[in-house]
Design a protein around this ligand. Structure first.
Ligand SMILES: Nc1ncnc2c1ncn2[C@@H]1O[C@H](COP(=O)(O)OP(=O)(O)OP(=O)(O)O)[C@@H](O)[C@H]1O
Length: 224
């Protein structure tokens, strides 16, 4: 599903964000990426989404080579991804349901099915009772759950969540983590960046990657 070979990323201002990242992620895997601020976690997710491109090395995502000359194909590929990123903000003045539906606009599905799938996604995150609430009237945790509903409603092959627990308290953060990991199935990989290593313990299923200054410094299965 994802194969990175010696991938580096240098931003136009000369900052090297990632250095020689090599990894494989298979369908059905849950991968947590942790590391200090500035270690390259978000930059790596941006490469996976085709928001940035590798400066060197090779990266395949869902069978597609991620390179600038493939930008048009990569825009289509994004329909198979469910991003939960802070910068893809929900649209104020619109309801939770409308926000989820907007994330599905380009799927080419009949309108009725879009609304049905959007309602199912909101139910999955426990927010069916808030589907007609304006997003600016929701709590932070509820807003985050709408963002997750928007990501999963399009039934993506790859869920990419950047710091999904933000500054939530432990109980709500655990709920968000449980929710994300419950979305795993044999076809969907889930990648979650987080500072919150205290939420990951020996019972946590998945792979943990620790980043330091642009490199993966260790990786473990199953526990911290
Ligand atoms: N658009 C950009 N242009 C130049 N440098 C950037 C850009 N985006 C990020 N960086 C730099 O790349 C490095 C990695 O940043 P990145 O956002 O990937 O880290 P992070 O691990 O996600 O950090 P945080 O935990 O604080 O979100 C940092 O040094 C950052 O300043």
């Amino acid at each position: 599903m994802i194969e990175a070979k010696d991938v580096s990323l240098r931003y136009p201002d000369g900052t090297t964000a990632l250095t020689n990242i090599s990894l494989r992620i298979e369908p059905g895997e849950i991968v947590y990426i942790t590391g200090p601020s500035g270690s390259g976690k978000t930059s790596f997710l941006k490469l996976l989404m085709g928001i940035e491109y590798p400066s060197s090395g090779s990266l395949q995502v869902l069978g597609q080579t991620m390179s600038k000359d493939q930008a048009a194909v990569i825009r289509q590929l994004r329909m198979q991804m469910g991003p939960v990123f802070q910068e893809f903000k929900l649209i104020k003045g619109r309801t939770a349901l409308e926000n989820v539906v907007m994330g599905m606009r380009f799927l080419g599905l009949p309108t009725k099915q879009i609304y049905e799938d959007a309602c199912i996604a909101l139910a999955k995150v426990g927010l069916e009772h808030k589907s007609l609430a304006y997003v600016e009237n929701l709590s932070w945790g509820e807003t985050q759950r709408v963002a997750i509903a928007r990501a999963i409603a399009r039934k993506p092959a790859l869920i990419l969540a950047d710091e999904p627990t933000g500054n939530l308290d432990v109980e709500n953060a655990l709920n968000i983590m449980d929710l994300l990991t419950s979305l795993k199935d044999e076809k969907t990989a889930i990648i979650i960046t987080t500072h919150a290593t205290h939420l990951i313990d020996s019972s946590t299923e998945g792979k943990l990657l620790q980043m330091e200054t642009g490199s993966i410094c260790w990786e473990r299965l199953g526990s911290v």
